[in-house]
Write a protein that binds this ligand. Structure first.
Ligand SMILES: NC(=O)c1ccc[n+]([C@@H]2O[C@H](COP(=O)([O-])OP(=O)(O)OC[C@H]3O[C@@H](n4cnc5c(N)ncnc54)[C@H](OP(=O)(O)O)[C@@H]3O)[C@@H](O)[C@H]2O)c1
Length: 269
């Protein structure tokens, strides 16, 4: 990352604080200012904290990057206050679900460089998946800075078209919930097949944790190969997969993601 950005983090809750923790370790050359009315203690002694953007006006005027990590319903009042002091060249990065680049351009003008990003909850432990899209005013230098800041909480990918963000939200944004439900379904199926409730939940949970860790440890091995590695011909896994892979589960996942994508489209209207 190039040195010495003045970064304002607006909203230091679950996501904001997880990102800030990463930045303080990986990019200490930047200066960070926090705007959050709920923050009781600054993360470091020399990190200024303000309860609103009016108080932080002087810092906003000197900012090179603003990160908006507040709830979407707070966005209107925050952008109104931000627009009063925002430097023309400052890069605005929003992680708010469903708030489109066009809404920010309505506040700050179409010349403002803007990045819209979608993280997911594992970002809080550095295992997140963040996907982002930039408007035409984001330079190569700024897109590299945005990527460096956003990848501190896990993996990062760009998409070229903002329309993709609804499908992204449906897969990686909501996706952790599908995996938690998979744990629930495995545990229920274990009980159905004679296991004690607690034991079944322990087995289901640790199986998902272990399989995810294996996938992480072998990034070059496809999911298909990882699956085949567990499947001996004529064995128990093969018998199970004949049922699981008969198309019904895939159809259900297609419908699941379509429902999330549709809701994401509705929310960002
Ligand atoms: N959590 C996730 O998994 C996730 C995933 C993808 C995207 N996101 C997006 O990330 C954003 C933040 O989510 P979060 O889970 O981190 O929310 P959060 O924990 O509620 O954090 C938001 C923080 O912003 C503060 N805040 C409220 N009004 C403010 C204002 N006017 N100026 C400055 N700060 C203000 C809140 O204080 P109060 O508590 O006093 O209101 C809170 O500390 C949301 O837009 C969400 O859509 C979150």
């Amino acid at each position: 990352m190039s040195s010495g950005d003045n970064i304002i983090l607006v909203g230091c809750g679950k996501m904001g604080s997880a990102m800030l923790e990463g930045w303080l370790k990986t990019a200490p050359q930047n200066t960070y200012t926090i705007v959050d009315p709920a923050l009781e203690k600054p993360p470091t002694d020399d990190t200024p904290v303000f309860s609103d953007l009016i108080e932080a006006a002087e810092h906003v005027r000197n900012a090179t990057i603003i990160i908006l990590a507040i709830k979407p319903q707070m966005m209107m009042s925050v952008c109104n206050n931000l627009a009063k002091h925002l430097p023309d060249a400052a890069l605005v990065i929003s992680i708010a679900a469903g708030v489109k680049i066009g809404s920010f351009e309505d506040y700050f003008g179409t010349e403002q460089p803007i990045v819209r990003a979608m993280p997911n909850t594992p970002a809080a432990i550095g295992k997140g998946m963040t996907v982002a899209v930039a408007n035409a005013k984001v330079s190569l230098e700024n897109s590299n800075k945005a990527k460096d800041l956003l990848k501190t909480t896990g993996k990062f990918e760009w998409v070229d078209e903002e329309e993709m963000m609804d499908a992204v939200t449906a897969l990686s944004g909501s996706g952790p919930a599908y995996v938690f439900h998979l744990i629930e379904m495995l545990a229920n199926a274990g009980i159905e097949n004679g296991l004690d409730k607690n034991l079944s939940m322990t087995l289901a949970r640790q199986t998902v944790i272990g399989a995810a860790a294996l996938a992480e440890a072998e990034p070059k091995t496809s999911a298909e190969t990882l699956r085949e590695n567990v499947t001996s011909p004529g064995g128990t896994t093969a018998a199970a997969l004949r049922v699981l892979m008969d198309g019904r589960a895939q159809n259900l996942f297609n419908e699941t993601l379509a429902a999330a994508k549709h809701r994401s489209e509705e929310l960002s209207e």
